[in-house]
Design a protein around this ligand. Structure first.
Ligand SMILES: [Fe+2]
Ligand SMILES: [Fe+2]
Length: 268
């Protein structure tokens, strides 16, 4: 578990302190301090790539930290974590190149280490896989498919193709986590408890840091209107990542698409 000097408090919520960043980056603590635009203007395009690039860097750090923190995990699982580090490194580099090609630069927009702050409070590998791979990267699969369409609609087929390529890797990151969590749960009932601890902590932090009704970010976008409409569950890719039908149904219900989910009798 982190020592007190490794922790920080944001709006009364305890999180792991930020990882080191080059001086060019401005690190912020709340979504409202990010420059998320709700359009596809030039500056918004650069900001999207910049935020995505930083997110991939952060994922690399989270996964590499798991390799360091859990040396006794099964070798094959450690190999998966190592392969994921390689993928996330490539993703960061690809997005950085694209950002430069669009006239952007590293540090052009504020960045936030939210995923790091949450996952690094968790002291078991099952909890980290549940929160980082299954939840954060599971959510990223939805976002990437949607982003692919957004870039394509504005005529940038190169960036759209990039989103599709990254998505193929993210499916694999969610899938191996699902497989290992299932196997570990079969072998040790404590795994489910560890997963539950992770999900509960994430829920508590998300609620604690959720934007207040009508809260506006640094570039004037209303945060309570912005986040939700954006993401629609990408069912096909989630199936590829081996969520069960029941888990998919649960996800869809949570996002307000319950009418699409067959009732248990229909499904049988
Ligand atoms: Fe990635
Ligand atoms: Fe990933």
């Amino acid at each position: 578990m982190p020592t007190p000097d490794q922790l920080k408090t944001v709006r009364g919520v305890t999180l792991r302190r930020d990882p080191a960043r080059e001086p060019c980056f401005t690190v912020v603590q709340l979504h409202k301090d990010l420059h998320d635009y709700d359009d596809m203007s030039d500056v918004s395009r650069r900001q999207r790539l910049h935020r995505h690039m930083h997110n991939e860097m952060q994922t690399l750090e989270i996964v590499a930290q798991s390799l360091a923190d859990f040396p006794d995990a099964p070798w094959e699982l450690r190999m998966q974590l190592a392969r994921q580090c390689w993928d996330e490194t490539r993703h960061s580099a690809i997005l950085y190149r694209r950002l430069l090609a669009m006239g952007g630069r590293k540090g052009e927009f504020p960045v936030m280490n939210y995923e790091w702050g949450v996952t690094q409070l968790l002291d078991s590998l099952p909890a980290r896989l549940a929160v980082q791979n299954r939840t954060f990267e599971g959510g990223e699969m939805d976002l990437l498919r949607q982003q692919e369409h957004m870039w394509s609609e504005v005529g940038d087929e190169d960036t759209a193709a990039l989103m599709d390529a990254l998505l193929a890797d993210e499916v694999q990151h969610v899938r191996y986590a699902n497989r290992w969590l299932k196997q570990m749960a079969r072998e040790n009932a404590r795994t489910l408890l560890q997963v539950a601890v992770g999900i509960q902590l994430l829920k508590k932090i998300t609620e604690g840091l959720a934007p207040e009704q009508g809260e506006v970010n640094a570039v004037g976008v209303n945060l309570t209107e912005f986040t939700h409409v954006e993401v629609i569950t990408n069912t096909t890719d989630r199936k590829l990542a081996e969520f069960t039908d029941k888990e998919l149904a649960e996800l869809l219900r949570k996002e307000g698409f319950g009418s699409l989910v067959p009732s248990p009798t229909e499904a049988a």
